[in-house]
Design a protein around this ligand. Structure first.
Ligand code: PHE
Length: 344
C-alpha cells in the first residue's frame, strides 16, 4: 500500500521533470552545461537521484517506474544533443563570417557627362517655358533637307553627308540617318499651331573625318520659337540667358554671320574660352548655329509667314560639355572607359 503511494509520487515527479526538460531553454554554451549538470550528471543529477530511489518503490511499481526514468533520461539526452547541435551550428556559421574584412565595394553608377549636360541645357530652357519634343533618328530626306529649304543637289547638302538607309531617287524620297535635329522643327510645325516654344534633344549622324573635335555621331539640342512678333532680339536674349546659366555669369559670347538654308538671317554663336597658354589668353569656340526661321520653311508647313515669325537654333551638346569639363577629345565620350567616366 505504502509502496504504491510512493510509486505514484515518483510518477508525478517524473512527469514534472519531463515537462521541465522539454521546456528548458538551452541557448548558450553555459545553459547547455547547466542542463547537463542538473539532469544528467551521474553524481548530483536529478535523474540519478530518481534512480537511487527505485528501491523505495513498491515492488509491483518498480518496473514501470524504472522504465519511465529511463525514458526520461533518453529525453534529456536527446534534448542535450539537439541543443548542442543548434548552438554549434549557429556559432559555426558565425565563425565563417570574418567581421573584420572590408566590405565588398558596390560600384555606383553616375550620369554620363553628355546626358548630364543635356539635362542641364533642358532645365535652363524649361525654366524659360520651352517644352521638350523628340523626333526619329532614321529620317526621310524630305524632313531632313527639302522641307528645310535645301533644294535637291544644293551644295549645302554636301556639308551634311550621311548614311542612306534607302537610296534617294529624286532628292526627296531617300531615308537616312538624320544629320541634325532640325527636321523635328518641321515635324513640330506640322502638328502644332503657333505659339510654339520647343527644344529637341537628340542624336545625329554625319560622315565626318574623325578627330579630337568631330565624330560620326554626336548630339544636338534644337530650339524653335514661332509666334507673333518674334525678333532676332528674342534669339539673342534667350541664348544669352542660356549661356550665363550653363557657363558663368560673365560669359562672353558673339554672334557671327553665317548661312543655313532654313534661317535668314543666320548666325553662329561662339563662346570665349579662356586659356592662359594660348596667345591672346583664350579663343572663340563655336557652340551653335541659329537664325530667324526662313519664311519658305513656315510656308512649307502652312504657317502664315506674314503673321508669324520665329527663331531657331541648334547646339552641339558635345561642344558644350567639352568646354564645361575641359575635355581634350570628343572621342572620350563614346569609348566608355571607366577611367574617364569615373571622374563625373
Ligand atoms: N541644324 C544646323 C546644324 O546642324 C544648326 C541650326 C539649327 C542652324 C537651327 C540654324 C537653326 O548645323
Amino acid at each position: 500500500m505504502i509502496g504504491k503511494i510512493i510509486g505514484t509520487r515518483m510518477i508525478d515527479t517524473i512527469e514534472k521533470l519531463r515537462e521541465e526538460i522539454s521546456r528548458h531553454a538551452i541557448d548558450s554554451q553555459e545553459a547547455l552545461e547547466e542542463f547537463r549538470l542538473r539532469f544528467l550528471s551521474k553524481k548530483q543529477g536529478e535523474i540519478t537521484a530518481l534512480l537511487k530511489k527505485i528501491p523505495t518503490v513498491a515492488k509491483e511499481a518498480r518496473r514501470e517506474v524504472g522504465q519511465q526514468i529511463n525514458e526520461l533520461k533518453r529525453l534529456a539526452e536527446e534534448r542535450l544533443e539537439q541543443a548542442r547541435k543548434q548552438i554549434h551550428e549557429g556559432s559555426g556559421a558565425l565563425a565563417e563570417i570574418d567581421l573584420t574584412l572590408p566590405g565588398r565595394p558596390h560600384p555606383s553608377g553616375s550620369i554620363h557627362p553628355l546626358t548630364r549636360t543635356r539635362y542641364d541645357i533642358q532645365r535652363v530652357f524649361e525654366r524659360m517655358g520651352f517644352v521638350v519634343e523628340e523626333g526619329p533618328e532614321i529620317e526621310d530626306e524630305w524632313h531632313n533637307f527639302t522641307a528645310l529649304n535645301f533644294p535637291p543637289d544644293h551644295p549645302a547638302r554636301d556639308m551634311q553627308d550621311t548614311l542612306f538607309v534607302e537610296p534617294s531617287e529624286n532628292g526627296d524620297d531617300g531615308v537616312l540617318l538624320r544629320t541634325h535635329t532640325s527636321p523635328v522643327q518641321i515635324r513640330v510645325m506640322e502638328q502644332q499651331k503657333p505659339p510654339i516654344r520647343v527644344i529637341v534633344p537628340g542624336r545625329v549622324y554625319r560622315n565626318e573625318a574623325l578627330s579630337f573635335k568631330s565624330y560620326c555621331l554626336f548630339h544636338q539640342v534644337e530650339g524653335l520659337v514661332v509666334a507673333e512678333g518674334i525678333t532676332f532680339g528674342d534669339l539673342k536674349h534667350d541664348l544669352h540667358v542660356f549661356a550665363k546659366a550653363i557657363f558663368h555669369e560673365d560669359v562672353r559670347m558673339r554672334f557671327r554671320p553665317s548661312f543655313f538654308p532654313f534661317t535668314e538671317p543666320s548666325a553662329e554663336v561662339d563662346i570665349w574660352w579662356e586659356d592662359e597658354t594660348l596667345e591672346g589668353g583664350g579663343r572663340w569656340l563655336e557652340i551653335l548655329g541659329s537664325g530667324m526661321v526662313d519664311p519658305n520653311v513656315l510656308e512649307a508647313v502652312g504657317i502664315d509667314s506674314e503673321k508669324y515669325t520665329g527663331y531657331a537654333f541648334g547646339m552641339g551638346i558635345e561642344r558644350i560639355a567639352l568646354i564645361r569639363y575641359n575635355i581634350p577629345d570628343i572621342r572620350l565620350f563614346y569609348e566608355n572607359d571607366f577611367r574617364f567616366l569615373d571622374q563625373f
